[in-house]
Design a protein around this ligand. Structure first.
Ligand SMILES: Nc1nc2c(c(=O)[nH]1)N[C@H]1C(S)=C(S)[C@@H](COP(=O)(O)O)O[C@H]1N2
Ligand SMILES: [Mo]
Length: 313
């Protein structure tokens, strides 16, 4: 076989897999009975009883629905490094958090490596209650604790040549082998990207906590991205590197299946996923399966058009 044949076959494999990827999880929520909680509830609760991390709520951001119960949010997650199902909280406890460093590099005047505790001290923390919408159409409302991405931008000073930012998640195949199907062929580590203008938007947030406590591992401890106007996959978890670039970076889901997982990925009720409508969302809740959850119409930009609409006009 020529190297092109190998490349082509690999591409087909990846394309097919991308089609399975997040979508496979959505399909299985439709086809089998899934509880949002599995296993021992007290064992699950122990995973989110992390240290207290309280901050004053920023009242500029409000939502017109109630917060999702903490145990539902902590018991239904996407974290493909640890497996391909939603009940990933137990497997995610293997994530090693000791001495976590976040490297800021690339086209910036002040590149540096932060210890995560240093980040928490340096940038004033606030609480923000945001809507959250996964591309699979489930939605929740959670109170994050963290700091706006623009605070970091101000400190590291991107150069004029920097147009995009790539965010990289923790990856160690010995700790998180991935979902198990086709091992070795996914484009790890998980990466995501934003334009500098998006990162500078007031809504773009780094979370270090949730529900008044440090992030549980399954939510992407110790630092994850929160972009409430975009589909959830844009918000990479457990960030170890932030790179300023002059070109749009390739990202995990976008390189697997660009027509399902666009680079921009703003929530839009009028643009269906190739295999399902995005006109409605299902509020993460209790019930025998996720299709029993309360449905609501999807809002353009997930309800945040007034803050971000001008970025795209
Ligand atoms: N590193 C990493 N980040 C990730 C994911 C992932 O698999 N790996 N999944 C994404 C997806 S698809 C969603 S919907 C959210 C889920 O966040 P939650 O589990 O805290 O609700 O995390 C996003 N960030
Ligand atoms: Mo998602």
């Amino acid at each position: 076989m020529t190297s092109e044949t190998v490349f082509y076959q690999r591409r087909r494999l990846l394309k097919g897999l991308g089609g399975m990827g997040i979508g496979m999880a959505a399909f299985s929520t439709a086809s089998c009975v899934r509880q949002s909680k599995t296993g021992d509830p007290s064992e699950l609760a122990a995973t989110f009883k992390t240290s207290r991390l309280e901050a004053e709520r920023n009242t500029r951001y409000t939502v017109n629905r109630s917060a999702t119960p903490q145990d539902l949010a902590a018991g239904y997650n996407n974290f493909y490094e640890f497996g391909g199902n939603k009940q990933i909280w137990k497997a995610a406890q293997k994530l090693p958090l000791n001495d976590w460093q976040v490297e800021v590099t690339g086209q910036v005047n002040n590149p540096r490596t932060y210890n995560v505790d240093d980040l928490k001290q340096r940038f004033p923390l606030e609480e923000r209650i945001y809507r959250f919408r996964c591309v699979e159409a489930w939605a929740m409302v959670v109170p994050w604790v963290g700091f706006p991405m623009r605070a970091l931008l101000k400190e590291v000073e991107p150069k004029a040549t920097a147009k995009f930012v790539r965010f990289t998640s923790f990856y160690d195949p010995a700790v998180c082998p991935g979902p198990g199907f086709l091992p070795g062929s996914l484009p790890w580590p998980y990466t995501e990207g934003l334009s500098i203008a998006e990162m500078a938007n007031e809504l773009a947030f780094f979370a270090v906590g949730i529900y008044g406590r440090e992030l549980p591992k399954q939510h992407g401890a110790p630092l994850r991205m929160v972009l409430p106007w975009k589909y959830g996959f844009k918000g990479a978890k457990s960030i170890v590197k932030i790179e300023f670039l002059d070109q749009q970076p390739a990202t995990f889901w976008n390189s697997l299946s660009p027509n399902e997982y666009g680079f921009t990925a703003n929530v839009d009720p009028k643009v269906p996923h190739p295999r399902w409508s995005q006109s409605q969302e299902r509020l993460l809740g209790t019930g025998s399966n996720s299709y029993a959850w309360e449905k609501q119409p999807t809002l353009p930009y997930n309800g945040y058009e007034e803050y971000v609409g001008k970025l795209y006009s």
